[in-house]
Design a protein around this ligand. Structure first.
Ligand code: PHE
Length: 378
């Protein structure tokens, strides 16, 4: 075969490669050229019959053609594979932006919404959410929090005790190996979220930074008290945290939650057995004309309790108070919801009245965003 013929053959094959429209067509071309009976393979077989000089020259020429064709095949294969992938992606495209179907009924309860908003703000400050059971052990709810069985402070929290022998399904087993005296084993409907402090400190090494929202229970019922209500607890433990951090943290939270940039905050000295020193948290308000308005108006409204974690509490949880310290705070969620959303009566939260829920409830998927929480957009 002459050099010209070889060149013609090469350009014919290159053309065939170029016009292959998919991987199968390309493979047909490849077999026709390089397969057992392929055009190039057949030519290779003729080399043996040539004189040494001619064999050398033709062999070299054939190898150049072979390399060129193989490179071209490979390049074309890549092009076809990526085109096939693009076509598949296009075909299997899912429109994730499809609008959700609006729900005719159903609202998010203001307690759920408010809890989500609180968690959203604290999450942005680096807090994790911790949880505990509604039915608690006396030790977690009182004794470990520096309120032993005969402590008068227990009277501040009228308690629902479970009948003796009633086992709490909800009590987590993580500290089951703790040996407690009989009275500590008694079950109570937790009177505050503070036992979650204990559970967290027993299960986690400092540094700790948690927020614990949840149901709480007290034997109270009037205009401003329901036997079941909600609180959220905050706990920060590390080596350096001080009362200034506590105040800054609550100030940031309350300003973000209510969306009032200059909302004043004051600490009023108080007493809780589990914090020392302790303070009530007040925010600025006005009560002029019988209307409650939050802001820098000179009057004050209490929204929670707080303080530095008492060293006895740290010790009860196996944390060395000479190394670690920290703060805790607790607030009623209903109270915050009532203030933010203008809900006048606490008891209506739990009436299960659909008209109330339609009015005060939130549209599902209206998920709180830290940038919008206090802006009225949530
Ligand atoms: N647990 C307290 C209550 O329910 C509130 C509180 C929590 C106070 C944490 C100080 C620190 O009244």
């Amino acid at each position: 075969m002459s050099e010209t013929e070889l060149n013609t053959l090469q350009s014919e094959i290159l053309k065939a490669i170029e016009s292959a429209s998919d991987a199968d067509a390309l493979d047909v071309v490849r077999v026709e050229v390089l397969g057992k009976k392929g055009k190039l393979t057949e030519l290779m077989k003729t080399l043996g019959k040539l004189e040494p000089e001619a064999r050398k020259a033709f062999g070299a020429a054939l190898n150049v053609v072979k390399d060129t064709l193989m490179q071209s095949l490979e390049a074309k294969q890549k092009i076809l594979a990526s085109a096939a992938l693009c076509a598949r992606l296009e075909k299997e495209r899912i429109d994730v932006t499809l609008a959700p179907r609006p729900m005719a009924d159903g609202r998010i309860h203001p307690i759920t919404q408010t809890t989500d908003e609180i968690v959203t703000i604290f999450a942005a400050m680096g807090f994790n959410v911790a949880k505990g059971p509604d039915i608690e052990e006396d030790w977690n709810n009182f004794t470990a929090l520096n309120m032993p069985p005969d402590h008068p402070a227990r009277q501040m929290q009228d308690t629902f005790y479970m009948p003796d022998g009633v086992d709490a399904v909800a009590v987590a087993g993580s500290e089951a190996d703790r040996i407690a005296v009989a009275s500590d084993k008694k079950r109570v409907l937790r009177t505050h979220t503070s036992p979650v402090q204990i559970r967290t400190m027993l299960n986690q090494k400092p540094p700790i930074r948690i927020i614990a929202p949840g149901r709480t229970f007290r034997c109270d019922s009037d205009m401003t008290h329901t036997p079941m209500f909600h609180q959220f607890e905050g706990l920060v433990i590390d080596e350096k945290t001080n009362m200034g951090h506590l105040k800054g943290c609550l100030l940031d939270f309350l300003r973000a939650f209510f969306g009032i940039d200059d909302l004043p905050l004051r600490f009023r000295p108080s007493y809780f057995p589990f914090t020392e020193p302790s303070a009530e948290v007040d925010i600025g308000c006005s009560r002029k004309g019988g209307e409650l308005k939050l802001g820098n108006y000179g009057d004050w409204l209490e929204v929670g309790g707080c303080g530095m974690v008492n060293s006895n509490v740290l010790r009860n949880c196996g944390i060395d108070p000479d190394v670690y310290q920290g703060f805790a705070f607790g607030t009623g969620i209903e109270r915050l919801a009532m203030l933010k959303y203008g809900i006048p009566d606490l008891r209506t939260f739990f009436d299960g009245d659909m008209r109330w829920l339609k009015h005060y409830g939130f549209v599902p998927l209206d998920i709180p965003n830290p940038a919008l929480v206090g802006s009225g957009a949530c």
